[in-house]
Design a protein around this ligand. Structure first.
Ligand code: PMP
Length: 303
């Protein structure tokens, strides 16, 4: 076995129809996922052993697979059965009902050559890890972010395992002791926000929650529609439109959202406190209301 800096867990995982411990799962070196990052993935939150917003994740998976011409190896019900078994096995293993289920499909194994070979059997891999939603101190203090130019590719709508751009973007934050990198691109009318390295970005301006519309630069995060629905329930105005870099500096609140981080308040950006007055550098009221609504949604929308 190769030496690794971190011991691999023996949690259960699924690989091509087999169940085995994670530290025994192996794929071919000619797998196109390994050679090219030629694959797609999903991360689905699990609360109390139940999958949150499952159908929305399946719809995005279908979009990613179609975009890269990999056939979907399972029906919706096939995925549901597979993921439920995965979650049950992880629950038996760790005793944790709150999990993050990860699934990945690569194009399969073939001699190395760039064009997409046809007729391959996709490699299907799934694992699930105990999930600790953001803790009380992160919710109370908020997180620090840095901003950087978005140097990734122009197919941010595909949730691909080719993640070097995202890894490099996140490392900018890590190098500054921050939790996320907010990416900006020149949209022709100055710099606008695309997304975080692995999250969507929101700003509260004049009491309304503003989110970036999904495009080829911004992943259609499952929490985009969710937060729109939660705003509707809470009577908070919500609009999807470009967010200018300059608006981040005047925003009352900045939030990020993702499967793992749920929603979190950004209280420092590039070293400066976010917001105004008594709430400068502190989580704001829109965050507090959406966090409470998110907690309710977990109970109501998990299957
Ligand atoms: N953008 C990127 C680049 C991401 O990796 C993620 C996390 N999957 C998101 C946005 C947020 O999407 P979701 O809410 O579905 O986790």
């Amino acid at each position: 076995m190769p030496m690794t800096a971190h011991a691999l867990p023996d949690a259960p995982c699924h690989l091509d129809g087999r169940w085995l411990p994670l530290n025994q799962a192996q794929v071919s070196v000619l797998d196109r996922g390994f050679l090219f990052g030629d694959g797609v993935y999903e991360v689905i939150p699990v609360y109390g052993g139940r999958l949150f917003r499952f159908d929305e994740h399946m719809a995005r998976l279908a979009h990613s697979l179609d975009a890269v011409r990999i056939p979907n190896p399972h029906s919706r019900d096939g995925w549901l059965a597979l993921l439920r078994e995965l979650v049950a096995r992880e629950l038996a293993h760790s005793g944790q009902g709150d999990q993050l289920a990860y699934l990945q499909i690569t194009r399969g194994v073939a001699p190395r050559s760039h064009p997409m070979p046809t007729g391959l059997t996709p490699t299907v891999f799934a694992m699930s890890q105990p999930h600790q939603p953001p803790g009380a101190d992160q919710r109370r203090e908020g997180i620090a972010c840095v901003s950087a130019r978005d140097f990734r590719w122009e197919r941010g709508d595909i949730k691909t395992t080719s993640l070097l751009g995202g890894v490099m973007a996140r490392q900018i934050a890590a190098d500054h002791g921050a939790a996320e990198t907010i990416l900006l691109r020149d949209s022709g009318h100055g710099l606008t926000v695309t997304e975080g390295s692995s999250s969507n970005v929101w700003a509260v301006l004049d009491g309304a929650l503003i989110g970036v519309p999904p495009s080829h630069h911004t992943l259609a995060g499952i929490r985009i529609e969710l937060l729109r629905e939660l705003c509707e329930e809470e009577g908070i105005a919500c609009h999807l439109r470009p967010i200018a870099e300059s608006e981040l500096t005047i925003a009352d609140e900045i939030l990020i959202s993702s499967a793992g981080r749920e929603i979190l308040p950004v209280t420092r950006l590039d070293g400066e406190p976010v917001g105004h007055g008594a709430l400068r550098g502190k989580p704001g009221p829109v965050y507090a209301r959406l966090h409470a609504a998110y907690e309710r949604a977990k109970l109501e929308q998990s299957i």
